[in-house]
Design a protein around this ligand. Sequence first.
Ligand code: ADP
Length: 258
Amino acid sequence: FLGRAIPNFSESGEVNQWTGTFTDIDEFKQLETQKDNFLGIASHELKTPLTSLKLYTQFIKNNLEKAGDPKNANVARRMDYQIDLLTGLINELLDVTKIQKGQMQLNESLFDFDKLVDEVVEEQQMTSRHKLFVSRSGTIGEVFADRHRISQVIANLISNAIKYSPDADEVHISTSLHGDQAQFNVKDFGIGIPQDKQSKVFEQYYRINGSKDYTFSGLGLGLFISAEIIRRTGGEIFVSSVEGEGSDFCFRIPKYKN
Ligand code: ADP
């Protein structure tokens, strides 16, 4: 139970009475669980038709390309991209449900970290007008972790860097080795994050409202999921940022789990 005391004021504005209330928190908890369950089921149900839609769109796109109809093929390509965005949002909701239920599994294996970074950068570069620069101090080589989940974190940090720097042309990515720790940095020259909000961006559903010039879409889940993946991998994730100048997001993970 949650106990609360609510003041009752007299006409002169003084407190003349207190009313005590007790609220059954179990009810709130039940509602929370119901909401989480609903999110999980709804996301799952939305994903199934979306998977078919993706296949149909690719089929149409390929046929239009073969038929030499670049204008309509381009429309199909845009549809395909929007389907990917929608799938990304639904996957975020599914991941959050998994995290809440303690069901996010990590499938760890040995993989080449530098190669993974190149792959994700190449993929992100295809849909971005920003130039993505990669620099390396040394080779990181093999890492034992969940390749798919680490690629998700890298993609999330790079896509945020692109999204939150609408007036910039470049994003700088770098990797480095610190003892047995692999480090990944992504630096943008965008809107930045106010000092007092920097620690909050990793919280679930936390978003900073856009400025009067820009609004940015999103669910406020990407960094929450990324932080959970990095924490579960035994690493740490940080941000340093100057409002109006840009942000530097960084994570470090052990090359091999102890
Ligand atoms: P989303 O981008 O979907 O809102 P995220 O969890 O990825 O959710 O990020 C949470 C919030 O952190 C964003 O809404 C934004 O306010 C802020 N943020 C994240 N990355 C950056 C960045 N590179 N520059 C400025 N703000 C950022």
